[in-house]
Design a protein around this ligand. Structure first.
Ligand SMILES: [Zn+2]
Ligand SMILES: [Zn+2]
Length: 374
C-alpha cells in the first residue's frame, strides 16, 4: 500500500471490513501492474489519493457476499471492472457505461459506491481502494456491479489483464476509432495497453499497422502481436517517418503513452481526414500541443478514450471468450510475473521502459498456469 505520493509503497497487513449490502469480497488470484498504478504511486495523480491500497486490474473468486447480492455465489470466477456502472443513469443508457456517473465518481474517489472504503490499516484508519478496486492484496471488497462473470476455462491471470489493459486497448480501436478492415493504423507506445491496441487493430482487419516505440525489443513484441511495421525512436521525428512509410499518413493513430511529444507523434502520423485517439494516461498538468491550422487544412481530429469507450463489463466477458478461443494471445503480453513483495521492482521496470507487463500472482493455484518467460 502507499501512504505518501512519490514514496515507495510497502506490504502491510490490511484489515477488510465485511461486504456491505450489494458488495462482494473477492479472493484475488492475480493482478496486473498498470501504468495508472505507477502514476498513483509516483504522485502524478491527485495528492488526496493516499493512503491507498493500489491495484485495479485483477481477477479472483467470490469469497463472501453482502446482503442483497443475488447474481453471485461463493466460488464464482470473476474479473474486476473498475467502473461499477449502475446501468440506469443517462450515460449508461447512452451506452457509455465506462463513464457511468455514480460509477465514475466512486472510482475516481478510490472508494466504493457509498463513498466509504472497506480497507483499514493496523490503527483502524481508512485506506482508500484505488479506482474502487484496490486489488494488490490477497482479498478485496468491491460493489457487485464491479464484477464480470468469466467463461469457464479462462485462466485468472489472463482475466486480470482483460479487466483493464485489454478492454482499454481493444475498446479504443473498436468503439473510439471505429477501425474498419483495410484502415491504416499507427500505435505510439507498445507497453501493456499499446499491445492490446495492436491486437484490436489486427482483429479489426487494419493494414498496415505501424508500431512506434523507443525500444527495439518492444517493437519485436509488437510485431508478434500483428504490427506490420516498426519505427524505433523518441522525440517527434517518428510522425514524419510514419507518413513517409505509409505514403501520406494513417487513418487512425493511437497514443498509448500519455506525453506531450507522443501525442504530437500520433497527430503527425495522420493523413488528411484522419483521427488520433489518446489512450495514454498523462500526469496532471501535461498539455497536448498541436498545430491548430491542421484542424482546417487537413481536417484532422483528435479524441480521448477511457476504459474502452463502451460497456466494459460486457466487453471484458466477450474478450475473455476471445482469449479462450485463441484470438488474443495474452501469453505474448506479459513480460514478468512476480509475488506481491516484488511490486517495487515491477514499477521500476515501467519507469525504465523495460518489459510490457508484470502480473502479480497473489494465489498461484487460482491464477492458473502461466507461459514460461521468453
Ligand atoms: Zn489500468
Ligand atoms: Zn450509470
Amino acid at each position: 500500500m502507499a501512504r505518501e505520493p512519490g514514496k515507495p509503497g510497502q506490504v502491510e497487513t490490511v484489515t477488510l471490513d465485511p461486504p456491505r449490502p450489494r458488495e462482494v469480497r473477492v479472493k484475488v488470484a492475480s493482478a496486473g501492474v498498470c501504468h495508472s498504478d505507477l502514476h498513483l504511486l509516483d504522485g502524478h495523480l491527485d495528492a488526496d489519493n493516499v493512503p491507498v491500497v493500489p491495484g485495479h486490474e485483477g481477477a479472483g473468486i467470490v469469497d463472501a457476499l453482502g446482503d442483497g447480492v443475488r447474481d453471485w455465489v461463493v466460488g464464482d470466477r470473476v474479473s474486476l471492472c473498475f467502473i461499477p456502472a449502475c446501468g440506469r443513469c443517462p450515460t449508461c443508457e447512452a451506452g457509455q457505461e465506462n463513464r457511468c456517473e455514480p460509477g465514475l465518481q466512486a472510482s475516481f474517489a478510490s472508494r466504493l459506491l457509498d463513498g466509504t472504503s472497506r480497507a483499514r490499516d493496523a490503527e483502524g484508519s481508512e485506506l482508500k481502494q484505488f479506482l474502487a478496486v484496490g486489488c494488490f492484496g490477497e482479498y478485496t471488497v468491491v460493489p457487485e456491479q464491479g464484477l464480470v462473470r468469466l467463461p469457464d476455462g479462462v485462466p485468472l491471470w489472463q482475466a486480470a489483464l482483460i479487466g483493464c489493459a485489454v478492454v482499454t486497448g481493444v475498446g479504443a480501436v473498436r468503439n473510439a476509432a471505429g477501425v474498419r478492415p483495410g484502415d491504416s493504423v499507427c500505435v505510439v507506445g507498445c507497453g501493456g495497453v499499446g499491445l492490446q491496441v495492436i491486437d484490436g487493430a489486427r482483429l479489426a482487419g487494419a493494414d498496415p499497422i505501424v508500431a512506434v516505440d523507443r525500444s527495439e525489443s518492444k517493437l519485436s513484441v509488437a510485431r508478434a502481436h500483428g504490427a506490420t511495421h516498426g519505427i524505433v525512436g523518441g522525440g517527434t521525428r517518428p510522425g514524419r517517418e510514419v507518413r513517409e512509410l505509409t505514403g501520406g499518413g494513417v487513418d487512425h493513430a493511437f497514443e498509448v503513452v500519455g506525453r506531450t511529444d507522443t501525442i504530437r507523434v500520433a497527430w503527425d502520423a495522420l493523413k488528411p481526414g484522419g483521427g488520433a485517439v489518446v489512450v495514454g494516461l498523462a500526469p496532471r498538468g501535461t498539455d497536448a500541443v498541436l498545430p491548430a491550422l491542421e484542424f482546417l487544412t487537413a481536417e484532422k481530429a483528435i479524441r480521448g478514450s477511457f476504459y474502452g469507450s463502451g460497456r466494459p463489463r460486457q466487453e471484458i466477458a466477450e474478450l475473455a471468450q476471445l482469449s479462450l478461443d485463441g484470438a488474443i494471445d495474452l501469453g505474448r503480453t506479459i513480460s514478468h510475473r512476480a509475488p506481491l513483495e516484488d511490486l517495487e521492482p515491477a514499477l521500476q521496470r515501467m519507469r525504465d521502459g523495460v518489459g510490457s507487463r508484470t502480473v502479480l500472482i497473489l494465489d498461484p493455484e487460482l491464477a492458473g498456469a502461466l507461459p514460461q518467460p521468453a
